[in-house]
Design a protein around this ligand. Structure first.
Ligand code: COA
Ligand code: AMP
Length: 635
């Protein structure tokens, strides 16, 4: 089939508002918009004046349309052995009951509720219940420590926190409640109470009158025959805040609106993923990340699909065949995951022998995102799965694909190493430092000409100025993605690296600046640097370098392990900082800037040039010797 992509993209370019108005026809609105697009208080807003409810469009609408008996969520947890299916009707009831519980505990439209939960269906139910009430949720990934949770509590000042007694990682149960209690203790903003789902693997201690038991509350509401209805909200009202790493330890609160988000996500389901309502869609991510928000919860449900909520790992739960078992058992038509998951599977099962044990006849497409998909991984996946492997590029800030290969419009030829072409809505230009477009094939800053399409962040939570400074200032008239890359003569984009302090570890976005703040807080550390070095499994791994204050008599190993522990305590295990090295000095420019990029290139074994502005070149030799002794990166 000839791809319709080029015609559709050209159609969007000639009439962007008409394009999105047409797409908006697939959503139920309680009040139509006055303007498809308008600047409001200096911010770009979509579907201004319209009213809608995201939960209605994800759940109730499908029950009304006759999908009540169809599975909405399949929870499959190889880590606990649990499985459960919720039909759309059951989901409607659960969500309405939990929304009633939230209401009874005082949460109302415009309030914030933090959801700090593992991959259990109640996490999705809590998100949808918030959406039902116009309450703004903020899901915090379970791998973050108490201090990170506290930062988010302070920033969004939640009315309530919904949590669980524990999360489960291979070989260990992580009790969430002590982390939650510590975070509330640390935070200046104090929520009015918590609602905690008790899981059998660990029981949380509850404070009477403050901590409420999920099941008891829901049972009481159900027994009384109560349940909250959908509350119409403005299309431009926030649906959620999702914190993501910025260049400092203070995360950015990405705001997602209700209307534009639904329109873009619904459109993406058929155009980008080529999936029909009623089919089974699987994103193996976590509800704590943007992929989990968009493609475990909202988009598949908006589209009337069945979504799989998987609590497990690509390997070890119980083996490298888990993904194929889930696809086969639930008849998933596609899988969306991070390349790192495939690298983990390939390491355990290089010949893909587990695949032969399962019937994958329903499976059509593998989608990869979250980090650069290296050609080796794509080729391996293509060969063992015998389906198209589609890389696509996006960010927490956008909530959906910026560049991809639109399977539903007719797949374009796959070029290894490229996430393919801009989606309608995105006029991508690669710019030089002066803001001029570079020639095709030349590396530059990948930017999107404003306005951004529906679903993209209108601003950061309570931080319009930071939003402008972070994204709109460096290249006036453009959104700066902070990714560097190039476009080839066919208009295919290649995303090569971040231009800021963000690193990508196992598909998780982390800030080296944030880790440096933690290392610098160690009482023996005078100065420090954290760089992300290439790693065969996780894509990148952070490595820390610390210079000790004069007069510190401890053994270097002692400070090193204290530093590792400190980052784990303050940021969380997910930071995956396992190597910290005490060095006598750090390489700097004459003006005192630490040469992090040079250190990274040395560790990666990539080509590097001696920076002309370096203060003392001998320091690089010292550092190379120290890294070689520890087998850092490729050394
Ligand atoms: N709650 C608590 N701890 C968590 C956690 C969670 N939800 N997720 C990860 N962690 C912990 C891990 O247990 C690990 O702890 P450890 O240092 O004690 O071993 C640490 O954080 C680092 O985790 P990770 O980097 O994920 O490494 P891993 O070895 O546990 O797993 C992979 C490696 C590749 C299997 C795993 O990262 C993976 O499946 N990645 C896919 C990523 C993904 O889905 N990204 C979303 C974008 S699509
Ligand atoms: P996150 O906000 O966690 O989704 O991370 C976004 C960042 O991950 C992007 O800015 C890129 O640096 C990287 N990224 C995501 N998807 C891809 C991809 N397909 N190819 C290359 N980099 C990617």
């Amino acid at each position: 089939m000839k791809s319709r992509y080029h015609d559709i993209y050209a159609g969007w370019k000639s009439d962007p508002e008409g394009f999105w108005a047409k797409a908006a026809g697939d959503i139920d609105w309680t009040k139509p918009w006055d303007e498809v697009f308008q600047k409001v208080d200096g911010l770009d807003r979509w579907f201004v004046g319209a009213e809608c409810n995201t939960c209605w469009n994800c759940v109730d609408r499908h029950v009304e349309a006759g999908r009540g008996d169809q599975a909405a969520i399949i929870y499959d947890s190889p880590i606990t052995g649990a499985k459960r299916t919720y039909s759309y009707s059951e989901l409607q009831e659960e969500v309405a009951c939990f929304a009633q519980v939230l209401t009874d505990k005082g949460a109302a439209r415009g309030d914030r509720v933090i959801i700090y939960m593992p991959m259990v269906p109640e996490a999705a139910i809590a998100m949808l219940a918030c959406a039902r009430l116009g309450v703004i949720h903020s899901v915090v990934f379970g791998g973050f420590a108490a201090a990170e949770l506290a930062t988010r509590i302070n920033d969004c000042d939640p009315k309530l926190i919904v949590s669980s007694s524990c999360g489960i990682e291979p070989g260990r149960v992580i009790a969430y409640k002590p982390l939650l209690d510590e975070a509330i203790e640390l935070a200046k903003a104090k929520p009015a109470g918590t609602i905690v789902l008790q899981r059998e693997q660990a029981t949380a201690d509850m404070k009477a009158g403050y901590d409420h038991d999920w099941q008891t509350e829901v049972d009481a509401v159900r027994a009384a025959g109560r349940g909250a209805d959908c509350v119409p909200v403005k299309a431009t009202d926030p649906l959620y805040i999702l914190y993501t790493s910025g260049t400092t330890g203070q995360p950015k609160g990405v705001v997602r609106d209700n209307g534009g988000h639904m329109v873009a996500l619904k459109w993406s389901m058929s155009a980008m993923y080529g999936v029909e309502p009623g089919e089974v869609y699987w994103a193996a991510s976590d509800v704590g990340w943007v992929v989990g928000h968009s493609y475990i919860v909202y988009a598949p449900l908006l589209h009337g699909c069945t979504t799989i909520l998987f609590e497990g790992k690509p390997v070890g739960t119980p083996d490298a065949g888990t993904f194929w078992r889930v696809i086969s058992e639930h008849k998933a038509v596609c899988l969306f995951t991070a390349p790192t998951a495939f690298r983990a599977i390939k390491k355990e099962d290089p010949k893909g022998e587990f695949i032969g044990k399962y019937d994958l006849s329903h499976f059509r497409t593998l989608f990869l995102a979250g980090e650069r998909a290296d050609p080796d991984t794509i080729e391996w996946a293509q060969q063992v799965l015998q389906v198209p492997v589609i890389d696509h590029w996006w960010q927490t800030e956008t909530g959906w694909t910026i560049a991809g290969n639109p399977v539903g419009l007719g797949t374009l030829p796959v070029k290894l190493g490229s996430p393919a072409v801009p989606m309608p809505g995105y006029d991508i230009q690669v710019l030089d430092e002066g803001g001029h477009e570079v020639a095709r094939g030349e590396l530059g800053a990948v930017c999107v000409k404003l306005p951004l399409p529906p679903s993209c962040l209108p601003t950061l939570w309570n931080a319009d100025e930071r939003f402008r400074d972070s994204y709109l200032t460096a290249y006036p008239g453009y959104y700066e993605t902070s990714d560097a890359g190039y476009m080839d003569d066919d208009g295919y984009l290649y995303i090569m690296a971040r231009t800021d302090d963000i690193i990508n570890v196992a598909g998780h976005r982390l800030s080296t600046g944030g880790m440096e703040e933690v290392l610098a807080s160690h009482s023996d550390v005078a100065e420090c640097a954290v760089v992300g070095v290439a790693d065969k499994l996780k894509g990148q791994l952070p490595i820390g370098f610390v210079v000790l204050k004069s007069g510190v008599n401890k053994k270097p190993e002692e400070v090193e392990s204290e530093c590792v522990k400190l980052v784990r305590e303050k940021i969380g295990a997910v930071a995956a900082l396992r190597t910290v090295m005490v060095v006598s000095r750090l390489p700097k420019t004459r003006s005192g800037k630490i040469l992090r990029a040079t250190v990274r290139s040395i560790a990666d074994g990539s080509d590097w040039k001696m920076p002309a502005t370096i203060d003392d070149p001998a320091i690089l030799d010292e550092l190379t010797a120290a890294m070689t002794a520890r087998s850092v990166g490729s050394l």
